[in-house]
Every structure is written in structure tokens, then in C-alpha cells.
Design a protein around this ligand. Structure first.
Ligand SMILES: C[C@](O)(CO)[C@H](O)COP(=O)(O)OP(=O)(O)OC[C@H]1O[C@@H](n2ccc(N)nc2=O)[C@H](O)[C@@H]1O
Ligand SMILES: Nc1ncnc2c1ncn2[C@@H]1O[C@H](COP(=O)(O)OP(=O)(O)OP(=O)(O)O)[C@@H](O)[C@H]1O
Length: 308
């Protein structure tokens, strides 16, 4: 399975709910940074139970943050499906990771979506898409989007999805941080900084920019209510955002709960050479800054979890 990362084009966060979550208006955009998840029948029952997990990929220190026990979201996806269908049998799950870990790009959620679809096939469950989406929502707020991909607005805690059609392709640069941020801690910091947060509202300017495939308007409309909380926990991100903006990015923001920073460098009807030049300038400035562990480029949107 191939499954994409996401960046949030708008993340409006309401007040804390009684269940510990926050109501959101969450505009997800799937980008061409993919994890590959391979699920195969285990030759014998793994010591660890239903699933045996392995991880690879060129993400350096990030890989040590991936748990290889039952808390991994892929193991939780397999366990949930086995419990609900009674059809589970032992599997080996290999994650070839390219999505930063604890980076605000929903890498774990992407892997969970991939594992859900792969086990559904391997075990011959053939569940309806609606049921897979419900199970995905139980696993995490970002997991349903990883199944559908493209560009979509998520309401509730982000799991109630509605597609947002747009004709354009957009190009992005991502600055990966050497640090990880815990999503729960970033939401808690948001509550501390914004105890009287208003109800979240969709941004009409963002919807118009997407509908017109206008990269300049999209760059101006990007917004993330969690950015202040992420910057409060990792102040150096401010300089990362400034570096990409000064180098010519059309828009810059922290992706989701961070700490990955996203820079829009073009798209829509712009000439490819214009986009390439802007992209090269932003990449060079970020690499020279010494602020990030790695700099990668990607485009969006792309489809959700896909069987290879
Ligand atoms: C920040 C985002 O990535 C933006 O897309 C998501 O809202 C987070 O989605 P996720 O990682 O799938 O998060 P979950 O695993 O569902 O929740 C992790 C924790 O984040 C907080 N959380 C998450 C989603 C939400 N709407 N409100 C929250 O307050 C809660 O403290 C929760 O315990
Ligand atoms: N398959 C997985 N890949 C990466 N991390 C995982 C996985 N399963 C569980 N985790 C745990 O989840 C934590 C968050 O990882 P993830 O990469 O999903 O963060 P994130 O991109 O910030 O999430 P989100 O954007 O959805 O808030 C990691 O620190 C790790 O402990």
C-alpha cells in the first residue's frame, strides 16, 4: 500500500470538548510524500501476537520514534479489524517510512489507514468503504482522511469529511525538524494560550483560492490555529518560517501540530520554470539555515491509500 502525508491548509480549532477533543474546521491536503506499508501473512504466529512489525526508510533519527509493539497504529488497525470481523490471522507489517515521525503530517495515521485496507483484503473481509471509514475514525482523527486523500474539509474532530474539489496542483517545500511534537501536548498548549477560543469557522478566501487554483491567494489564506502553540513549545520554528518566507515562498505555516514547516512555492497556471526557481530558492535558504534536519519537496493533491 502507498499512503500519503497531509498538510493542513486551514486548521481552525474550537474550544476543548468534554471528551478531550476539539471541534475543528480542518482543510486536509494530501501531498506526494508517501509511506509504503506491506502486509503479508506471517509464516508462524509472531511472539508479539497478531502482528510482527518492521520499519525502514531513510528518515534517520525519526525511525527510532516508531514503536514496534501493539501501540503502533498499524497494529491497532489490525487488532480492531480482527476483533470486529473475527477473520484476523497473524501478519507481518513492514513500514517503509518517508513521512516525518511526530511531524504533524499524519504519518502514523497514514500507516493505520494502509494497514486497515491491506488487512481487509488479505483476510477477505471486503468491508464496505463506509465501515472502513468508521473504523478509521476510531483509530484517530486524521485516519479517515488518509483513506480518501485529495483535498477535503474535516469537521467534528476532523473525521467528518467532505471533499473540496480544486482543479490545481500545488508545489510545496517541507522543512523537517530534528524534534518531534506530541499532538496532545500541542492541543493542551493551545488551550492554555487560548482559553476562550471561538467556534471554528471555514475560511471563504481559502475555498475561493482553491476553486480558482490561485497559488498567490492560497499562500495568503493558509492558516493554522495550532501554530502559536507549536511555536510556544519550539520557538526556533519562527526562524524556520521566516527563512522560507524571505526566500520567496508564497505562504508558510506549521503543518498541523508541527513541528514540520510547510512552504507553498507555486502551482495553478504558473509556468513550471517560475515554480522551480522559487522552490530552489526556498530549499537552498532552508538548507543553508542549519535549522532543519532535512528539506523535502512534494506536490498536492494526491489520492489516499492506494493498493500497489
Ligand atoms: C493536529 C491534526 O493532525 C490536524 O490534522 C489532528 O487534529 C490530530 O489528529 P490525530 O493525530 O489523528 O489525533 P488523535 O490520535 O485523534 O488524538 C490525539 C490527541 O490530540 C488531541 N486532539 C486531536 C484531535 C482533535 N480534534 N482534538 C484534539 O484535542 C487530543 O488530545 C487527542 O488525545
Ligand atoms: N506507524 C507509525 N508511524 C509513526 N509513528 C507512530 C506509528 N504508530 C504509532 N506511532 C506513534 O505516534 C506518534 C505520532 O506519530 P505521527 O508520525 O503519526 O505524528 P504526527 O504526524 O504528528 O501526527 P498527526 O499529524 O496525525 O497529529 C509517534 O511519536 C509514535 O510514537
Amino acid at each position: 500500500m502507498r499512503v500519503p502525508a497531509k498538510v493542513n491548509l486551514q486548521l481552525a480549532v474550537g474550544p476543548g470538548r468534554e471528551d478531550g477533543f476539539h471541534d475543528l474546521v480542518n482543510v486536509f491536503h494530501a501531498v506526494s510524500l508517501f509511506d509504503e506499508v506491506t502486509v503479508t501473512t506471517a509464516p508462524s504466529r509472531p511472539e508479539t501476537g497478531l502482528t510482527e512489525l518492521t520499519v525502514g526508510g531513510g528518515l534517520g533519527s525519526h525511525l527510532s520514534r516508531v514503536p514496534l509493539d501493539g501501540t503502533n497504529l498499524t497494529a491497532r488497525a489490525a487488532a480492531l479489524l480482527a476483533e470486529r470481523t473475527g477473520r484476523g490471522h497473524p501478519v507481518t507489517i513492514h513500514m517503509d517510512k518517508h513521512i516525518p515521525v511526530a511531524g504533524g503530517m499524519a504519518g502514523g495515521s497514514a500507516d493505520a489507514a494502509a494497514a486497515l485496507v491491506a488487512c481487509d483484503r488479505l483476510w477477505g473481509c471486503d468491508l464496505p468503504r463506509r465501515t472502513l471509514l468508521d473504523y478509521a475514525a476510531e483509530l484517530g482523527s486524521d485516519v479517515p482522511f488518509a483513506l480518501v486523500g485529495a483535498t477535503a474539509v474535516g469537521r467534528g474532530r476532523g473525521e467528518i469529511l467532505e471533499p473540496m474539489a480544486g482543479p490545481g496542483r500545488f508545489h510545496w517545500v517541507f522543512a523537517l525538524s530534528p524534534h518531534g511534537l506530541s499532538t496532545a501536548k500541542v492541543f493542551a498548549e493551545y488551550d492554555r494560550l487560548r482559553p476562550d477560543a471561538p467556534e471554528p469557522r471555514a475560511d471563504a478566501a481559502l475555498a475561493a483560492a482553491l476553486a480558482a487554483a490561485d497559488p498567490v491567494a492560497l499562500g495568503r489564506a493558509l492558516s493554522n490555529d495550532l501554530q502559536g502553540a507549536a511555536l510556544s513549545l519550539l520557538p526556533e520554528l519562527e526562524r524556520t518560517l521566516e527563512t522560507g518566507t524571505e526566500a520567496g515562498a508564497l505562504g508558510a505555516l506549521v503543518s498541523g501540530s508541527g513541528p514540520t514547516c510547510a512552504f507553498l512555492v507555486g502551482g495553478g497556471a504558473e509556468e513550471r520554470s517560475v515554480i522551480d526557481r522559487r522552490e530552489a530558492d526556498v530549499v537552498a535558504a532552508l538548507e543553508a539555515s542549519g535549522l532543519c534536519e532535512r528539506v523535502v519537496t512534494a506536490y498536492g493533491d494526491v489520492p489516499g491509500a492506494t493498493v500497489l
